[in-house]
Write a protein that binds this ligand. Structure first.
Ligand code: ADP
Ligand code: MG
Length: 695
């Protein structure tokens, strides 16, 4: 098939989108559905019934026999349970049916999803509710209906519901602010384009490594002779096998209406990236979840395993996800686009100020939103932004903010006089924003790029935090400015005051530099180094108040989320510790024993033959000492795991961070040294060289 020709035809072919709706729904039903999608209003039962039948009929033409309510529980992955359309008829045959009720509401047994103690198993019932703002689609013979997931008592149990609520909150407040600029806007949406990094490795290598299978990352592995130091992989030519994977991935994503746009090799060997064109946050989130799933599935077809873990290999770069974020009106005006007129400039600066203030006041939430056991290996290491949240805005914007703050005229190179809201802001060319790669939260011309996300994360969380925090600042701004006698004077005063109060969050320098750590501490910025340090701040009073005020989370929901996240963290480390110990006892120690025995035989034989030279004896001594050490450290790790406290989630999380992680490092060190000494044919699993440099 000539794919190039067929892309437009392929694109969205498995999606119940605008075109299909127009084609298959009666006009009045289509209009009502659109209204629901646009304004978030409830849908009538009779409309739902018509939509359901049309969806089913269309899905059947795409080969679907089942439908599923697709949701995003707190685990971060998506969940689905499939029911067939089949319904028995009187004459003993079957009909394909799908009712409005089945479309709107589903009842999965919720007892096996984490709820952070929110719901006892005996009251396990939860329900899923159709989210009409994200299109249904057909995949693997099922009609997928994007849904939100709640408990019967109304507490939310998923990541989509709070995301939709946060989008609602920022829309409400942004519309208030826009009204002050004389604009009647009905709805404002946040937009996101997530760049996704991943590793592709050979299935055969994967299958031989318990650590990859159980934990998604290697727990052992000496550095290969060649890593990423030659910088020859980034944007390098793509291996044919990988190119074939990427082509099929694009096609599969296009079918699902996902705007896969850019693909290239990344910094580390065997690492790649895919970036889609941005879209509304809710859809971008659904699409990113789908992208990760499709990546894994397509990889298998090509004999690969796709690793989405943040740090699959020590010593080479890990994988992240860049969350490009902006706010647009329903007419498509990007509110973070510096304008061309004085009034547009003032509006831009107000929204910019809101984001700056939000990031400063809710640093801890942003840090929490990307906290996971996997991401802890990246943040703060010299490859990803530090664990300290700061913002980069570039020299030009910085000069403008400085001028506003000091009340002086802003003079750029061309000596343009700048008086906020009176003269025209100088053009801010997109690329003078310098591509500072070390900043966690960088302004890149008309959007912010939040770069702390781990590759495996569900992007809902960070976006819930950003949306709600910015909504809160816009609320405060609107409250103040609505009361002002003279809007322009009040606006200038407000921006000036807030820039002064929150400029500590702006850092345009090198975030990888140690000097920044000291400077950040002086500025009083949070440095929440690990997930165990960060998560307990989730339920700080200011954060609880924020989410309650905007109707995103209740206190109970936040407490339960904090607990679920802490549990996820220490359970991950627990599994890693057990896997490590298992690999040492079952695989590494036996290999070392055999190698030592062969060496010992040679030593003995040589001595008997009267041959001089003690190289084997020397090697035997070194291997023996390291093997002893490995054995002892492994026993210490086992003991430490056995002594884990039976306490609250926070205490256990700290224990795993403070005690288990160092114990694991102590096991790894002699094992990696042994890998370099023990003969290749003895070593029980593929090494970094084998895995990262496949053909
Ligand atoms: P890079 O950062 O790799 O140089 P770009 O800046 O072109 O690449 O885009 C990165 C990502 O930002 C893409 O996914 C793109 O769709 C997204 N993006 C561009 N504009 C916006 C916007 N207004 N809102 C959200 N995401 C955007
Ligand atoms: Mg980018």
């Amino acid at each position: 098939m000539n794919t190039a020709k067929n892309v437009p035809e392929l694109f969205g072919s498995m999606v119940f989108n605008e075109t299909v709706m127009k084609e298959r729904l009666p006009k009045d039903v289509y209009k009502k559905l659109k209204k629901t999608m646009r304004e978030g209003t409830a849908i009538d039962a009779d409309v739902a019934a018509v939509v359901a039948t049309a969806m089913k009929d269309w899905a059947v033409t795409k080969g679907a026999t089942h439908y599923t309510h697709w949701f995003q529980p707190m685990t971060g992955v998506t969940a689905e349970k499939h029911d067939s359309f089949i319904s028995p008829t009187d004459d003993g045959s079957v009909m394909m049916e799908f009712s409005g009720k089945e479309l709107i509401k589903g009842e999965p047994d919720a007892s096996s999803f984490p709820s952070g103690g929110l719901r006892a198993t005996f009251e396990a019932r939860g329900y899923t509710a159709w989210d009409p703002t994200s299109y249904a689609f057909v995949k693997d013979g099922s009609l997928y209906i994007p849904t939100a997931f709640c408990s019967y008592t109304g507490e939310i149990l998923d990541k989509k519901t709070p995301l939709l609520r946060s989008m609602e909150a920022i829309s409400t407040q942004a519309c208030r602010v826009l009204k002050l600029f004389g604009k009647n806007v009905r709805r404002v949406s946040t937009t996101v384009g997530p760049e996704q990094e991943y590793f592709l490795i050979d299935k055969k290598d994967y299958a031989q490594r318990k650590d990859l299978i159980f934990t998604g990352r290697t727990l052992f592995g000496a550095k290969p002779p060649k890593g990423q130091e030659m910088e020859d992989h980034y944007f390098g030519s793509i291996r044919p096998r990988v190119a074939a994977f990427m082509q099929e991935l694009d096609e599969e994503l296009w079918k699902l209406g996902i705007f896969a746009k850019t693909k290239h090799n990344e910094v580390a060997p065997a690492q790649h990236e895919m970036a889609p064109v941005f879209t509304t946050t809710n859809i971008a989130t659904d699409h990113n979840q789908l992208t990760m799933e499709v990546m894994k599935r397509v990889a298998q077809k090509h004999g690969f395993i796709c690793l989405l873990h943040e740090k699959p290999f020590d010593g080479v770069n890990g994988s992240g996800k860049h969350n490009n974020w902006s706010i647009s009106t329903d007419e498509g005006e990007n509110l973070l686009e510096p304008g061309k007129t004085p009034s547009e400039n003032a509006q831009f600066l107000l929204f910019l100020t809101a984001v700056i203030k939000a990031v400063d006041e809710y640093q801890d939430l942003l840090r929490i939103s990307v906290a996971s056991a996997g991401n802890d290996h990246r943040l703060g290491a010299n490859e990803a932004p530090p664990a300290i949240v700061s913002m980069f805005i570039g020299d030009e914007l910085q000069a403008i903010l400085d001028a506003i703050e000091s009340g002086e005229d802003y003079t750029d190179m061309a000596k343009t006089k700048m008086d906020l809201g009176v003269s025209v802001l100088p053009d801010i060319p997109k690329d003078t924003t310098d591509r500072n790669r070390t900043s966690p939260f960088a302004f890149t011309g008309n959007k912010f790029e939040f770069r702390m996300l781990g590759s495996a994360i569900n992007i809902a969380c960070p976006n819930i935090m950003i949306n709600t925090a910015v909504a809160e600042e816009l609320r405060l701004f609107a409250d103040e400015l609505e009361k002002a006698d003279d809007f322009h004077t009040a606006l200038v005063a407000l921006i000036k005051r807030e820039i002064k109060a929150h400029k500590r969050i702006i850092f345009n320098g090198n975030g990888y530099d140690d000097a920044w750590l000291a400077e950040a501490e002086k500025r009083g910025l949070h440095n929440l180094k690990s997930t165990a340090d960060a998560l307990p701040h989730y339920t700080d009073e200011a954060n609880v108040e924020l989410f309650a005020r905007h109707g995103v989370y209740t206190r109970v929901e936040m407490e339960s989320r904090e607990e679920a996240l802490l549990e996820e963290y220490y359970k991950t480390l627990h599994i890693e510790a057990l896997t490590m110990s298992d690999m040492v006892r079952e695989e590494i120690l036996p290999a070392c024993v055999v190698y030592q025995s062969d060496l010992a035989k040679t030593v003995k034989n040589k001595k008997e033959a009267g041959v001089a030279g003690g190289m084997e004896a020397d090697l035997l001594g070194r291997v023996s000492a390291l093997t002893e050490e490995l054995y002892n450290k492994c026993r210490e790790l086992d003991a430490a795991v056995a002594q884990a406290p039976d306490a609250d989630a926070e205490t256990i999380a700290h224990y795993y961070h403070d005690t288990i992680l160092p114990a694991m490092d102590a096991v790894r060190a002699p094992a990696d040294q042994l890998e370099m000494l023990v003969g290749k044919k003895y070593w029980p699993f593929p090494t970094y060289s084998d895995i990262l440099f496949y053909v």
